[in-house]
Design a protein around this ligand. Structure first.
Ligand code: PEP
Length: 257
């Protein structure tokens, strides 16, 4: 049984006071959702603060980005060893906002994935197609290229310690959500791609859905056989909304167990 994960990507939001309140509310609210894994992704400057608040809880912390080199003259960047050193277990890699706003190409995403795995961080590899690509019928080709680059550059074994997030770009921050059937079709395709390289890893790897996930439509998405949780942006900034999604995931996990 794959354990469902609900991850909250806070992006570039919040000042210390809000981060304190949000983390505290989530920490207190998730204690009964023992069946699932919850991971929070605050901005770099808040990682220590969130980490300290979550000590002795099951909630984990991840970073939203890393630089591929372990150290050096890379002003403004943060490395994998630095993230491990402050207690991060996860790191987002290849988020579409970074691929698009900061021109992260396939090779850079692969290098980041490799750097994460090398220091024991678990990358959450984000993949997804744009609206135009979907309309042109290119969804599977785009996803295949994104996943195959990782397998070719980093090796399929790296996926043993990774999570994949399918995030259709047209659904991120837009209020549009993939239907459970649309998402399931892509998730099954991703699992099939991994299975062509390693069947055991394909069965075990968690594939999250991301893209305007909200509590009121999370349940049918989470009930799909190849959807193993959610990467939640906007709704993770509101503790009640985020906890409601966690509750749906907990309920779904109880049905599997
Ligand atoms: C995200 O940033 O990964 C995301 C899914 O955002 P939102 O939930 O706001 O669409």
């Amino acid at each position: 049984v794959r354990h469902l994960m609900i991850a909250g990507n806070w992006k570039m939001h919040g000042l210390q006071r809000q981060v304190q309140a949000l983390t505290t509310a989530i920490k207190e609210g998730v204690t009964s959702y023992t069946e699932i894994e919850v991971v929070l992704f605050p901005a770099f400057v808040h990682l220590n603060q969130v980490q300290a608040l979550l000590t002795q809880t099951a909630v984990k912390v991840g970073a939203q980005n890393l630089y591929p080199a372990p150290q050096g003259a890379f002003t403004g960047e943060v490395s994998g060893p630095m993230l491990v050193d402050i207690g991060c277990q996860y790191v987002l890699v290849g988020h579409s906002e970074r691929r698009m706003l900061f021109q992260e190409d396939l090779a850079l995403v692969a290098a980041k994935c490799q750097a994460a795995v090398a220091v024991g961080l678990q990358p959450i590899l984000c993949v997804g197609e744009t609206k135009a690509q979907r309309e042109r019928g290119e969804t599977e080709a785009i996803i295949a290229e994104q996943i195959r680059t990782i397998i070719e550059c980093v090796g399929v074994a790296a996926l043993q310690q990774a999570v994949i997030a399918y995030e259709p770009v047209w659904a991120i921050g837009t209020g549009l959500t993939a239907t459970p059937e649309q998402a399931q079709a892509v998730h099954a395709f991703i699992r099939h791609l991994v299975a062509q390289n390693n069947l055991d890893i394909a069965k075990a790897i968690r594939i999250l859905y991301g893209g305007s996930m909200k509590a009121d439509h999370a349940a049918p998405l989470l009930a799909m056989p190849d959807i193993d949780g959610g990467l939640v942006g906007g709704a993770s900034l509101d503790a009640d909304h985020f906890l409601a999604i966690c509750a749906r995931a907990h309920q779904q996990q109880s049905e599997y167990s």
